[in-house]
Design a protein around this ligand. Structure first.
Ligand code: N01
Length: 574
């Protein structure tokens, strides 16, 4: 592969969202030469791109923030229970300023190819500007939902009006006043933006292929007293999140759903619904493992929709029946269902009559129904979790491509590393808890694990680490087995890649629990990374199937650790 005098660093980090920012901060203390390559023009990652109306975090503000610096968490003031996108982006900018992060970040540069160069022992990264970077280590901090996906409807080029994707929203305000707007999709992004767009547009037509479950956010301004209380004991509060099942503090389950009394069951479901957000998913131990218990939540949610939507037929169409409750990413809503009571909002069910093509003035379904709109909004999601990594042509040892290695689905060890791709780490990668947790907790855990690993290598005068095929196989098998114990794989969700035609159907996040996962990772580190091939980078002939010459004593300590750890039930997500 061609290469033009690459800029050399100890570490190249790709991505300057919350993962890349903390990774940079964390590696600075090792006095390594680090550069971050970021395709956007500023920090913030998902919050830089997702500027659609109503964009808001569905994890509470006091949890969805960095915990690594006491002064930072004390000084920053969140205004609402769930922060809106502009405030989160402001926070990201504040962190970048406070720790002077931007001086090591190159903005407006996209990595297109990355390959392992055995001879020099490092990664070479090619970019769309033609610049080439070399790093002894490469850390992919790409985010899980950073490749927006727009269905390939024919005719879009001829559409006369403007169109938008929620995940690539313009920086300048979009004015929907006086316009007939069509929105395609009813996932989290749509559920957040529909009430906002409806409040502005002359008319909003929602094209729904599959309805989604949503629990109320009950968003509100943060109360000064509750903030003071949390900040007084912020360290303990964060520790609670760190060792929780889902990476944030929430009430424990009251027991298995069918074993508690009728009274407790009903009152607890009602109470959790009134709290709002993801706490609903951990009401009982078995919400995500027992179909019978899950059905209680399906019925509860359907009742809730009927109570909020005036027209019974619209309420029926909005009620999901194709997947168990919470097995697609649960949405957290603000006035979503009530929006369908507005005179200027129409719900169009396209479950049996999909969109065929776009016309200059709107769209037509396969059944020939035509709809005229001035503007189209695609709230059609992302090529999640694997998409960001596979979007880069990554080549490991002996030029093996990641795309080939993952043809049948992702293969990682701990969601942090891949066999055949030495000295590469992924932050919140496939087969780690990531999207099933509070992402901030997941990010901090990964960044700290990678940092500790690099420190350990330095101390032992080593500079090469690679996952082994055996441990990777075992981890992949384990993640799938743990997923199969739950109801998650039953849904046609982006968790299994069902939203991308041709993508292998594999349940990709690790659902064994954030606390169990952390214990597993800690154990691997505590055992001196014996489940990896570790050694020194030396030009050497290589045999088939992974690294040679490293020091390795295989163990499967994480298995024993997992078995003794908390059960897989009641995974909640954020
Ligand atoms: O995307 P989605 P999203 N014709 O994939 C529909 C996170 N997030 O951007 O279900 C018609 O959930 C598709 O229909 P179906 C969060 O993790 C977080 O909303 O495939 N419709 C679906 O309704 C979330 O889960 C926050 O049948 C088509 C919709 O488009 C994730 O991002 C806020 C179609 C896509 O829903 C993704 O959410 C927002 C077609 N050809 C998002 N193709 C936070 O608060 C797709 N659809 C942190």
């Amino acid at each position: 592969m061609s290469e033009q005098s690459p800029a050399s660093h100890d570490v190249v980090i790709v991505g300057a969202g919350f993962s890349g920012m903390y990774m940079l901060y964390s590696l600075r203390r090792l006095e390594l030469r680090v550069v971050v390559l970021e395709m956007a023009e500023d920090v913030g990652g998902t919050w830089y791109w997702n500027r659609y109306p109503g964009a808001r975090c569905d994890v509470e503000s006091m949890e969805y923030s960095y915990s690594f610096d006491e002064d930072l968490q004390q000084e920053w003031e969140w205004t609402e229970r769930y922060s809106a996108q502009p405030e989160i982006l402001e926070y990201a900018a504040h962190v970048a300023d406070r720790f002077d992060l931007r001086r090591d970040i190159r903005f407006g540069i996209r990595v297109t190819r990355a390959w392992w160069d055995e001879d020099s022992g490092g990664w070479v990264l090619e970019t769309d500007t033609g610049e080439v970077f070399r790093g002894h280590y490469c850390i992919m901090a790409l985010g899980c939902l950073s490749v927006p996906r727009r269905p390939d409807f024919p005719g879009l080029d001829f559409f006369r009006g403007p169109w938008y994707h929620t995940g690539l929203w313009p920086h300048e305000p979009v004015d929907f006043r006086g316009l007939d707007v069509g929105i395609i999709g009813t996932g989290s992004s749509a559920i957040q933006s529909i009430p906002q767009i409806a409040g502005e547009a002359r008319h909003l037509t929602v094209f729904q292929r599959t309805p989604n479950f949503a629990v109320p956010a009950w968003n509100r301004p943060l109360d000064a007293d509750e903030v003071r209380k949390i900040k007084k004991n912020y360290a303990a509060f964060r520790e609670g999140a760190r060792w929780s099942h889902s990476g944030y503090n929430c009430d424990d389950a009251v027991g298995p759903g069918l074993e508690v009394s009728d009274n407790l069951r009903k009152s607890e479901m009602e109470r959790r619904w009134q709290i709002g957000g993801f706490t609903v998913l951990s009401t009982f131990d078995d919400v995500n493992t027992s179909m019978e218990v899950n059905k209680l939540f399906v019925d509860f949610a359907h009742d809730n929709i009927r109570s909020r939507v005036d027209d019974p037929e619209t309420a029926r169409l909005l009620s999901p029946t194709d997947h168990p409750f919470g097995t697609k990413r649960l949405c957290v809503d603000i006035d979503y269902f009530e929006t369908y009571n507005r005179k200027n909002v129409t719900l169009i069910d396209i479950s049996d009559d999909p969109i065929s093509h776009i016309t200059p003035t709107g769209l037509v379904t396969e059944g020939g129904r035509a709809f005229d709109v001035d503007t189209l909004v695609f709230a059609t999601g992302f090529d999640a979790m694997t998409g960001p990594l596979l979007g880069i042509d990554i080549r490991g040892v002996e030029d093996v491509s990641l795309r080939d290695s993952w043809e049948a689905g992702p293969r990682t060890y701990l969601g942090l590393t891949m066999a055949g791709f030495p000295n590469m780490f992924t932050i919140t990668g496939p087969q780690s808890p990531s999207v099933l947790t509070n992402m901030m907790s997941a990010i901090e855990q990964h960044v700290e694990w990678v940092t500790d690993c690099l420190v350990w290598l330095q101390r032992h005068d080593l500079d090469r680490i690679e996952a082994t095929e055996d441990e990777q196989d075992a981890w992949v098998e384990h993640t799938i087995a743990v997923g199969d114990e739950t109801l998650y794989p039953l849904a046609n969700s982006w968790y299994v890649g069902a939203n991308i035609p041709g993508k292998p159907r594999v349940f990709t996040p690790y659902v064994g629990g954030f606390d169990s996962y952390r214990r597993i990772c800690d154990r691997v580190a505590g055992d001196g990374y014996r489940t990896f091939d570790v050694g020194r980078v030396e030009p050497r002939p290589r045999g088939k199937g992974g690294a040679s010459g490293g020091t390795r004593t295989p163990t499967s300590g994480w298995k024993a650790d997992f078995e003794s750890a908390a059960s897989t039930s009641s995974a909640t997500e954020a």
